[in-house]
Design a protein around this ligand. Structure first.
Ligand code: 5GP
Ligand code: MN
Length: 317
């Protein structure tokens, strides 16, 4: 038993909520928990999962077709609201009013910048992913194949397929336990992580071509405007992964993709390695995340934003 399952035992209505622009870990943890409650707690008469629209490559996750993208009139008085993988209340987007109206709330996360904005908070900065934390809070023998598929997807995405430094012995053990449920790991990884559309690889090629290597080869950044995205018929969701890929350039300690998100607004998707903590820079600009993967939103000219962020990173080099 865990605090999370204790709270589920006592609730008749539950809402599970993720963050804006949900990624693999957010979708995996939210749908994993949703399926687990649905399968094991028949006393929960009203159960919903709220998420923004996600990339179609995640459609294989069980429950994706039951996700609510909008709030209804009866969505403001849940017995329990669980906010997963969401580093700040702001990042719940318009779903924050569901949290405001809840009798009880719990946040399960692994972002070290999380200020613990719910009634109960289980934030584990050392965990590879929120999906890993969710696994720890559930009972293994009650986890179905569908739930296992969701949690494995979440862990695989947030660890760069069991690669990044937060991948611990425990992460691998959990991966193994989920494999034992009979999941198709190869299919999950190939279809949701590596596979890309033709438009997408051309856009990635363009983003690479425009990349600027600076700070004597230790930093790299690229900018994608709406115009650039339109040229290739893609959205910013299709650029997920570009920043991580740029970090693979040899000698690079910090990489950044700046993509347009408003007429005068750009989102910074940052990655770093070694002692460079990009979350410190993200927090300065009201963003957050992890030491080696973080993000924030900035207004103004993208080249000026890049210069500002790079000058802050320079202090850490
Ligand atoms: P990504 O670059 O993949 O969009 O985000 C990298 C990490 O930073 C993710 O863990 C994400 O949750 C976090 N992140 C991205 N943007 C923001 C933001 O604006 N605020 C906060 N608090 N975290 C963010
Ligand atoms: Mn995560």
């Amino acid at each position: 038993m865990s605090r999370l399952t204790d709270l589920i035992e006592d609730a008749e209505s539950i809402a599970v909520i993720g963050h804006i622009r949900p990624d693999g870990d957010d979708l995996g943890s939210c749908l994993g928990l949703y399926n687990y409650i649905k399968e094991n707690y028949p006393h929960v008469t009203r159960l919903r999962v709220f998420l923004e629209k996600a990339a179609p490559k995640f459609d294989f996750l069980k429950g994706m077709d039951e996700v609510s993208h909008k709030i209804g009139n009866d969505d403001k008085d849940y017995d329990l609201v669980a906010c997963l993988d969401c580093a700040t209340k702001d990042r719940l987007g318009e779903f924050d009013i569901i949290l405001d109206g809840a009798k009880h709330s719990i946040c399960v996360d692994h972002h070290k910048t999380n200020p613990c904005y719910c009634e109960f908070n289980d934030v584990r900065p050392d965990a590879s992913s929120t999906s890993e934390v969710i696994y720890e809070l559930l009972e293994d023998d009650r986890i179905s194949l569908d739930t296992a598929t969701c949690l494995y997807t979440g862990i695989a995405h947030d660890t760069g397929i069991f690669q990044y430094s937060a991948t611990s012995q425990r992460t691998m053990e959990i991966g193994g336990r989920l494999l034992r449920k009979g999941i198709s790991a190869e299919e999950i990884i190939s279809n949701s992580y590596y596979q890309k559309s033709y438009d997408q690889i051309r856009a990635w090629g363009y983003a690479y071509e425009k990349a600027v290597l600076c700070e004597r080869g230790r930093c790299i950044y690229t900018i994608m405007t709406w115009k650039d995205m339109k040229k290739f018929g893609i959205t910013s969701m299709d650029l997920d992964g570009v920043s991580s890929e740029l970090r693979n350039v040899s000698g690079v300690l910090f990489s950044m993709l700046l993509y347009q998100d408003g007429s005068n607004e750009f989102k910074a998707s940052m990655r770093s390695t070694g002692n460079v903590d990009c979350s410190a820079v993200a927090v300065k600009h009201d963003g957050g995340g992890h030491a080696h993967a973080s993000g924030c939103t900035c207004q103004g000219d993208p080249e000026e934003i890049a210069a500002m962020i790079l000058s802050e990173i320079r202090e850490q080099l």
